[in-house]
Design a binder for this molecule. Structure first.
Ligand code: AMP
Length: 397
């Protein structure tokens, strides 16, 4: 494996796997959010500045019937040119004679974009011969698509084997890996993880892993009510996974054995309907009346969580404290976000990893006040769970 910082790109064609799976307006096919293109720009510019040329390779959407025009990367070529400030050529296909001739003729400083790799079912199947054809576009392979690193697809994983000595991570993947390593493998203390979201079932693996590492584990969101019920509390109509009651009991026992301060909410904002128009009240979390459901943590819980977070040196946040999409139930999530910002200002390192807490921190306009916001949804969750992501392994092996 090579290091993008020290690799000599001069005169080389870099085949760069990016995640340009950007949202497009259904009518005009214009890009509605170019975050992913901007995020990949540093890697691309670095290669160009170092005398290389770049062949961009990505998927877009989930084309079912081969070459569906609305999933063509042609739709985003002009926008990408504008973001990079470089004229981007379009390959017309991702494999085949014409595209290969175009990539072979690239001069230093030039960029071309291949057509959607998912136009071929060999991409998701990880077909080796297809990956080999893709590999012909470059002298060196750079993977900068963290969002698909958990998929063993041709362009994200299999292609790497055709570059035994010339493969590396781009800056984006490197940043994601470094930020997780910093949180989970550094000696600084205290380390606090806040795990919220809807269900215990989807977060159980990450919770079990975190119990071996963290000092404080705050449980929030819908999954808190399964824990409360496991302790004998009355949770009314709140979201509960009865089949996970024993799991919740085991987690509480494990936390005690491992000396982890497991914080379960003590109060909650309840509603008589899953709606922003519902009647609301605030009660002890183990005394929720029948017909009512807990949709956010209460004031005492928010204050205690904020106190724990403010005193932390390392913070990992995955999953909201309540139904933050509705204004009436966002206070707990806002309190956590603000406390993380405060801790970061005092020198803590904070990683916001995983879908909905990323959406929350963006909604509250606080993304630039924390240390790192992951772009990698499902990939980040799997990485935090301790799984070896195929796209990362393929570069390291
Ligand atoms: P996840 O994708 O597992 O992180 O779950 C995020 C979702 O959990 C968000 O859409 C929240 O609205 C939802 N959520 C958070 N708290 C609750 C709750 N108390 N009851 C039901 N859903 C919740």
């Amino acid at each position: 494996m090579q290091d993008i910082h020290s690799y000599d790109f001069s005169g080389k064609r870099a085949l760069v796997r990016v995640d340009f799976n950007v949202p497009l307006d259904k009518e005009t096919l214009q890009i509605t959010d170019n975050t992913r293109i901007r995020a990949a720009a540093p890697t691309i510019k670095h290669i160009l500045d170092n005398g290389g040329s770049v062949v961009l390779m990505s998927h877009l959407g989930r084309p079912k019937d081969g070459n569906e025009a609305r999933f063509s990367l042609k739709n985003i070529v002009e926008h990408t040119s504008n973001v990079l400030g470089v004229d981007v050529k379009f390959g017309g296909d991702c494999i085949g004679k014409e595209a290969l001739e175009m990539s072979a003729a690239l001069k230093p400083g030039e960029v071309m974009m291949l057509e959607n790799v998912r136009y071929y079912k060999h991409e998701t199947a990880g077909t080796e011969s297809f990956a080999e054809q893709l590999s012909k576009h470059g002298d060196v392979y750079v993977n900068d698509a963290f969002g698909t690193a958990h998929r063993a697809h041709a362009s994200t994983t299999v292609v790497a084997k055709f570059f035994p000595n010339d493969k590396m991570f781009g800056f984006l993947i490197e940043g994601e890996i470094k930020s997780v390593d910093k949180v989970l493998n550094s000696d600084e203390k205290p380390l606090t993880a806040i795990v919220g979201g809807a269900k215990v079932s989807s977060k159980i693996t990450i919770i079990e892993r975190l119990l071996d590492t963290v000092d404080n584990l705050i449980v929030g969101g819908g999954m808190a009510y399964t824990f409360v019920k496991a302790m004998g509390g009355k949770v009314g109509n709140s979201l509960v996974e009865d089949s996970y009651i024993d799991t919740a009991k085991r987690i509480m026992a494990d936390a005690e054995t491992k000396g982890v301060n497991l914080y379960i909410p003590v109060d909650t904002v309840i509603a008589d309907d899953f709606s922003n128009e519902a009647n609301t009240d605030e009660v002890d979390i183990d005394k929720i009346p029948d017909g009512w459901m807990g949709l956010d943590v209460g004031t005492k819980t928010s204050e205690e969580c904020a106190r724990i977070i403010r005193d932390s040196r390392l913070i990992l946040w995955n999953g909201p404290m309540g139904v933050f999409e509705m204004e009436k139930f966002q206070a707990g999530t806002v309190a956590v976000a603000n406390a993380i910002v405060e801790a970061t200002t005092k020198g803590a390192f904070s990683l916001i990893g995983g879908g909905d807490s990323v959406a929350a921190i963006n909604k509250f306009n606080l993304a630039d006040k924390v240390s790192y916001v992951s772009t990698g949804g499902g990939a980040m969750l799997e990485y935090l769970e301790g799984k070896e992501l195929p796209g990362i392994k393929a570069i390291r092996d």
